[in-house]
Design a protein around this ligand. Sequence first.
Ligand code: NAP
Length: 551
Amino acid sequence: MTLADSAPAVDTDDAHTYDAIIIGAGLTGLQALYLLRKLGLKVRVLEAGGGVGGVWYWNRYPGARLDSESFSYGFGFDEELLQEWSWSEYFVSQPELERYFNHVADKHDMKKDIQFDTRVKSAIFDEAADGYVVETESGERFSSHLVFAATGILSTPIFPSTPGRQKFAGEQYHTGLWPKEGVDFKGKKVAVFGTGASGTQVIPYAAADAAHLTVFQRTPNWAIPLRNRPISTEEMDEIKAKYPEMFKLTATTSSGFIHGWDPTVSTSVSKEDRLANYEDRWARPGFAKWFGLYHDIMLNPEANREYCDFIAAKIRARVHDPVTAEKLIPNDHLFGTKRVPAETSYFEVFNQDNVDLVDLREDPVLEFTETGTHSASGDREFDVIVFATGFDAFTGALMRVDLRGSNGLTIQEKWSEGPKTYLGIQVAGFPNFFLLGGPHGKGGNGNAPRAMEPVFDWITEVISLISDQHIQRWEADPVAEEEWTEHVLEAGNKSMGAGTKSFFYGDNVEGKPRVYLVYLGALPDFAERLRNISASGYPGFVVTPALSTSN
Ligand code: NAP
């Protein structure tokens, strides 16, 4: 008996037929569309949003801004694009990024292959056809040999489970679902929940406009100054001339940023020299103050503590009220053991008369009311509540799709105790299904466009084989998947962040298993691993070749 005989039949009537369906038209979805079309495939992109850009489409809150250097964030696949696009700032804001993604999509006539306002409800493997039937929420159906999940790592917003949120009669917004028409804070009583990368960006804007702002903080973060500045025409010309050098550099750093660890062991230099080094990094833009540090700061808790003390002193110097300053200094985790927010004028906000800080660890909100919040310390009234409370990261988007692989296996069953993948690219039991920047891969941990480059090189090669040789199924071997998953988890569990609560472990979402969700290995090593796999004939993958047409 063949698999096809034993599997439940999948109804393919009325389904539009494609070689590849890509779910999502963000950073990875657009690049996948470009590359797959180049291979001659008939491709359809299904996108839940009303435009391209993914996170940069949805997160349009005031202050939303890159913290990778803009010029290191653009697509690398089109030399002409690199030369024609000029970035206005070191770290551009959301509107410029959204313009960039639209420019790329228009330049390459991508939108004709993207269906917007289309959320995928299910993708069910059809054993007989060696492909998937993908159904949208509106009931439209597609059949496709290949499916690519470009669903993003931060695309499923989460809200506090505190009771009563729906009772609140004022305006409420999540930073990750910001309305296109914008939100007017002027003259209003505003609350912001959350002080992560999104909260620290939106709070200064809310503080500038609101009559009164209350920041509800559960856990302070080791936020570092972004130090944004404009890029002049001359400087941009220089950047354009040096793109080849930049790409060479980002391919050698651990996570695709332009900043690389300093291999000097911090304890091998004098304290005076170390402090001078921290000051030097501190004055630089972006993540020079993180990925440009002495590497042992991320490996040795004592070295890390000294850097924490250095940052704490910076916070104390910026916040006038010492009690407030202490509340803003983390005391439960070391620097860099969770995502470090990059801020602009964040700490100064707490010197403003119209801003209050509520420490939720001391004074939790017990419920939302019709007019605001209720806590043991009293009730507060608001016109607007902003939830900068994060995302069901890495797995949230896919776990909300009825995704079924071979023999009816669901992704919910498969990942019930945490994700299992091979290389963060495929899932055993889900043939012809590819993750782009999914859990346990490299793309979700670093400067995404650069970190995804080796994955795209590898996938392009594999898809070209599938296409040229009419391969029926390409899937991860369960043993290789098991070994990779163990390797990823071991790296995570050995890291200094192992005890820190964060979305990297999924423990920002109630009920989600606490499992490490990203791959910590260095990007050049990961790229080499992929190259070796290609060179040795794709060990760890099960390939079902085309049926012979001769009798
Ligand atoms: P986040 O890092 O998960 O932060 C969520 C914040 O909300 C945390 O302060 C969290 O506190 C708080 N929170 C969650 N549930 C809460 C509750 N029930 N009550 C009160 N507070 C609650 O999410 P994010 O700030 O949206 O950032 C997510 C990721 O998006 C970033 O790490 C980054 O990768 C990306 N991002 C990037 C940029 C950029 O590139 N420039 C900008 C923004 C975001 P706890 O810490 O106590 O859980």
